[in-house]
Design a protein around this ligand. Structure first.
Ligand code: NDP
Length: 466
């Protein structure tokens, strides 16, 4: 499509221009609903920015930020343990490098497709901008499902995946990390293969093992960061996290360390889940119970239902796809930390959370609330921390891992945790103050979208027509 067909700058209200860009994004790639959802949310936040800054419209920034700089799609052939040939599809979206090298995780999950990765990459651009660190945005992954695969199968897949990806990435070009289905094991196999092919030891991936360039606190960072962000939100109402009943979804990296930090701060996490169902422990988790989940998920790679075999008072509820809502979000609590996947809270779930007294939602997962759910939270005055702000601690600590790699130094656990904490405080302040400055006080969705956008958009203008 031709950009000249757009309404000429200055002749229509920003809202018309925004709607026109959204319409064109949808028309161009109609099969990418998650990407449309993310674009719609962000662009709607920007109406007031465009009214104040006509230069963004004149320089076609919205069309440019919604178009990836580069999309790489590739074949990933590998042998399973039975000697059968398997073929998956690999992706890397290099979305925006205006403020630094592309940076963002790799997701291995059967649901992965171009639209999901584009939404994640688009969100990542603004999130990375919020961290204050010099990182552009990207995302990648594959429709490969690590569940039920042996370590050797995962290794062969990762080696084949990196055999193509390595030529596109580099410590100063594009620095992938983990996401759903990509943890320490996968990063290890990917890094090993990169090193063989590139013949260099550089910080090309983050989330590395501690003995070979990883940073302390990186595994904990997303979950810890989400709780630090929640603490900041509560402070604005002179409230604290101590004693709060908390709903957590997921039982992977983000969920585990969200629960860990909640326990450290005296809150009472009640639930965890996987795609098969959720557990509700009315007594709340404690260190021993969390250790059990960590061993179950990270070492035995089992299912969350096994928790109730060990802790008899807990209740397991299997996932029921026919229900129009998730009963996990209908449990009475004060705070919710969705930490599994996108769109896991729909309007009905949001209504249940509000009805049952939830005063805070901090998003550990990426875009876990539908647009309707997010609106309900905002309208009900819930303290609502959107993903790109609340879960930015993960990529921020990846940024700190890059700094340590460049200096060939390792910081202590306390130093990294303190920096993470300060970054989360700064992100909250920036979102809060930006929301006020743009006349929507308390609306951290607007605050995060606007603050993240301004830095990237101004950098793009400085760099000419890029
Ligand atoms: P993990 O793979 O470690 O864990 C994912 C968890 O979510 C598992 O319990 C998984 O259950 C569950 N899950 C995944 N997909 C679905 C689904 N479609 N329906 C129901 N449950 C599902 O991933 P992470 O913890 O790393 O990531 C969780 C979320 O946090 C994602 O949205 C990710 O993008 C986001 N995030 C992660 C960061 C990180 O540093 N890791 C940084 C910022 C955001 P099962 O095992 O059954 O699939």
């Amino acid at each position: 499509m031709n950009a000249i067909l757009l309404t000429p700058p200055g002749t229509s209200a920003p809202v018309d221009y925004i709607e026109e860009v959204i319409r064109r994004v949808k028309a161009k790639d109609p099969a990418e609903p998650e990407f449309h959802q993310a674009v719609e949310e962000v662009l709607h936040s920007l109406a007031i920015v465009l009214a104040k800054h006509p230069e963004f419209r004149d320089t076609r920034i919205l069309e440019r930020v919604t178009e990836p700089e580069r999309v790489i799609v590739f074949r990933v052939p590998w042998f399973d343990d039975q000697g059968n040939m398997q073929v998956n599809r690999g992706f890397r979206i290099e979305m925006n490098s205006a403020i630094g090298p592309y940076k963002g995780g790799l997701r291995f999950h059967p649901s992965v497709n171009l639209g999901i990765l584009k939404f994640l990459a688009f969100e990542q651009v603004l999130k990375n901008s919020l961290t204050t660190l010099p990182m552009g945005g990207g995302k990648g992954g594959s429709d490969f499902d690590p569940k039920g695969k042996s370590d050797k199968e995962v290794m062969r897949f990762c080696q084949s995946f990196m055999t193509e990806l390595w030529r596109h990435i580099g410590a100063n070009t594009d620095v992938p990390a983990g996401d759903i289905g990509v943890g320490g094991r996968e990063i290890g196999y990917l890094f090993g293969q990169y090193k063989r092919l590139a013949n260099e030891f550089t910080g090309v991936l983050t989330g590395k093992g501690l003995n070979w360039g990883g940073s302390l606190i990186r595994p904990e960072a997303t979950g810890y960061g989400a709780v630090y962000f929640a603490v900041e939100m509560l402070k604005t109402r002179k409230d604290k996290i101590e004693g709060k009943l908390c709903l957590v979804s997921g039982s992977g990296n983000v969920a585990q360390f969200t629960v860990e930090k909640l326990l450290q701060l005296g809150a009472k996490p009640l639930t965890m889940s996987d795609s098969d169902g959720f557990i509700y422990d009315p007594d709340g988790f404690n260190r021993e119970k969390l250790n059990f989940v960590m061993e179950l998920k990270n070492i035995r790679r089992g299912r969350i239902r096994e928790y109730v075999d060990e802790f008899k008072k807990a209740i397991y509820t299997p996932t029921n796809g026919k229900l129009p809502y998730n009963p996990l979000w209908a449990i009475r609590a004060d705070c919710a930390f969705p930490s599994a996947t996108q769109n896991e809270i729909n309007a009905k779930d949001a209504a249940n959370l509000i009805k049952n007294g939830v005063i805070l939602v901090a998003e550990g997962a990426n875009m876990p609330s539908t647009l309707e759910a997010a609106k309900l939270f905002l309208n009900a005055g819930v303290l609502y921390g959107p993903a790109k702000a609340a879960n930015a601690g993960g990529v921020a600590t990846s940024g700190l891992e890059m700094v340590q790699n460049s200096m060939r130094l390792n910081w202590s656990r306390e130093e990294v945790d303190d920096r993470l904490h300060q970054i989360m405080i700064a992100i909250h302040r920036s979102c809060y103050e930006t929301a006020e400055a743009y006349e929507t006080p308390g609306n951290l969705v607007n605050g995060a979208n606007i603050a993240g956008f301004l830095k990237v958009a101004n950098a793009m203008i400085d760099q000419g027509l890029v």
